[in-house]
Design a protein around this ligand. Structure first.
Ligand code: ZN
Length: 151
């Protein structure tokens, strides 16, 4: 039996909502997804990569639309990461077109991203609700990216 999660991360990777905002966001999910028991807000000291697990399909450069090979992407990931500081999300020249972008700018299919804060919930098995997303964004005070994780 595979495990499915829905993660909400701030569009701004450094952004960490206040404790009060986090509690308000958890309450909104509890109200919208009644049967989901597991809702966990998490804050990391540094910026962490949030993957989509088995939902991974491809990575494209948003500038020239070339598909990046996984080894090219790994190289960029290594370049940007340090054990002491996590991911820096520096502007890196893309191997395809030399355009300078951060790892968080790439087009990930399915969506993935980088953040210090994540709100992870069990997958409710329904479509993402625009209304819930809007409510969460105003509770947290930042636009959010939704990541569907499957393991
Ligand atoms: Zn490119």
């Amino acid at each position: 039996m595979s495990e499915h999660y829905v993660c909400f991360i701030p569009a701004d990777p450094k952004f960490v909502p206040s404790k009060g905002s986090q509690d308000a966001a958890v309450a909104l999910i509890q109200r919208a997804w009644l049967h989901i028991s597991e809702i966990t807000p998490e804050t990391n000291e540094h910026i962490v990569f949030r993957d989509c697990g088995e939902n991974f399909e491809s990575i494209h450069c948003p500038s020239c639309n070339t598909e990046l090979r996984v080894d090219q992407w790994h190289e960029l990931m290594e370049q940007d990461y340090s054990d002491e500081g996590g991911f820096q999300l520096d502007q890196l020249p893309m191997p395809c077109c030399e355009e300078k972008l951060t790892l968080n700018d790439l087009s990930y299919k399915w969506p993935m991203g980088f953040s210090r804060f994540v709100l992870r919930a069990g997958d409710p098995g329904c479509e993402d609700s625009e209304k819930l997303l809007n409510e969460l964004e105003s509770a947290i005070g930042c636009q959010l990216r939704i990541i569907h994780q499957m393991y």
